[in-house]
Design a protein around this ligand. Structure first.
Ligand code: NAD
Length: 324
């Protein structure tokens, strides 16, 4: 099959170019205008910030596209109903390495708590003082995990290993995780009891702005909040307000509501227009990373292998077991 790959980065070429299909790489993100680049291709390969809305899907279908192969797990950026209407099969990589994202969430938490980002900057300036860098023992603290699927469960297990009490909220609790010591609680109880809250649920209409002024008010003001899931789980303006008022003690995010067009790009020569994002980067108790949670060697290898297998299966059968 001929596949147009959108939002290409160097590692995509390195890991995808080993199958029998022909891949043509575009750096552009998919949108209704760039969709024309895929005219005459059998399928497209998309990543998290490609926007396959209804008009992009119409343009793809008009150009002959029959497959959208997502090289990621989340599919909130694809209008699934529109794809079905136009006879386009959408498949994804449901699982590649839950450890990659879970360990990144732990990394954000540890860095924020022990102020490693600040210590690093100080030492580069020859400042070896430790004033202001005091953290706390995670051992014995209460960690709230929202969403205990593959990644949330991996995160919860790491926190159990740290000696934390782990509370969880998920509409589909995991009995094995509960047996290993994780306590499922109603969301308000988790929000009120947790010293650390980490978000691992998908972005759905019911989870959009799960963290907003009203739910922040239910948290301890000393809460450390980590989001490696999807940006829109947090109302960022409310989070900024809470940080300014001291109602969140620290925030670590690998995802951001308006990350599309910013994350993954080198914008160091440009004036960045997003005042909310730029305000976030000024807080000493905030760490922003650019959607790199998935980015381990193991995860990238698995993503490429499953994406190639998905395309193989579609080429052979016209459908795919990882169909969304
Ligand atoms: P998963 O499908 O295995 O688990 C999601 C869990 O969330 C499920 O157990 C589900 O029951 C639960 N859930 C659904 N609705 C909920 C709600 N209202 N409240 C609480 N929990 C709810 O998914 P996963 O593989 O663990 O991935 C989780 C999320 O991580 C993905 O949706 C994706 O957005 C994000 N992700 C981020 C990166 C990154 O690089 N930062 C990489 C991969 C995935």
């Amino acid at each position: 099959m001929r596949i147009a790959v959108f939002s290409t980065k160097p590692h995509d070429r390195e890991f995808l170019d080993c199958g029998e299909h022909e891949f043509v790489y575009f750096e552009a993100r998919l949108d209704p205008i760039t969709a024309e680049l895929a005219n005459g291709f059998d399928g497209v390969c998309l990543f998290v910030n490609d926007m396959a809305d209804e008009s992009a899907i119409d343009a793809l279908a008009d150009g002959g596209c029959r497959l959208i192969a997502l090289r990621c797990a989340g599919f909130n950026n694809v209008n699934i109903a529109a794809a079905a209407r136009r006879g386009i099969v959408v498949c994804r990589v449901p699982e590649y390495s839950p450890y990659a994202v879970a360990e990144h969430a732990v990394g954000l938490l540890l860095a924020l708590n022990r102020k490693i980002h600040r210590a690093h900057s100080r030492i580069r300036e020859g400042d070896f003082s430790i004033h202001g860098l005091m953290g706390f023992d995670l051992h014995g603290k209460t960690v709230g995990v929202i969403g205990t699927g593959r990644i949330g469960a991996a995160f919860a297990r790491i926190m159990l290993g740290f000696g934390c009490r782990v509370l969880a909220f998920d509409p589909s609790p995991d009995a094995v995780l509960a047996a290993s010591g994780v306590e499922y609680k109603p969301l308000p109880e988790l929000l009120g009891a947790a010293d650390v809250i980490s978000l691992h649920c998908p972005l759905l209409p019911q989870t959009e702005h799960l963290v907003r002024a009203e739910t922040i008010a239910q948290m301890k003001p000393s809460v450390f909040l980590v989001n490696t899931s999807r940006g829109k789980l947090i109302n960022t303006r409310d989070a900024v307000r809470a940080l300014k008022d001291g109602r969140i003690a620290a925030l670590g995010i690998d995802v951001y509501e308006e990350e599309s067009g910013v994350f993954f790009e080198n914008l160091s020569d440009t004036i960045i227009d997003d005042d909310v994002l730029m305000r976030l980067t000024t807080f000493p108790n905030v760490i922003v990373t650019s959607h790199q949670g998935f980015f381990t060697r193991e995860a990238v290898v698995n993503i490429a292998a499953t994406t190639l297998a998905n395309i193989d299966e579609f080429a052979a059968t016209g459908t795919c077991s990882n169909r969304v």
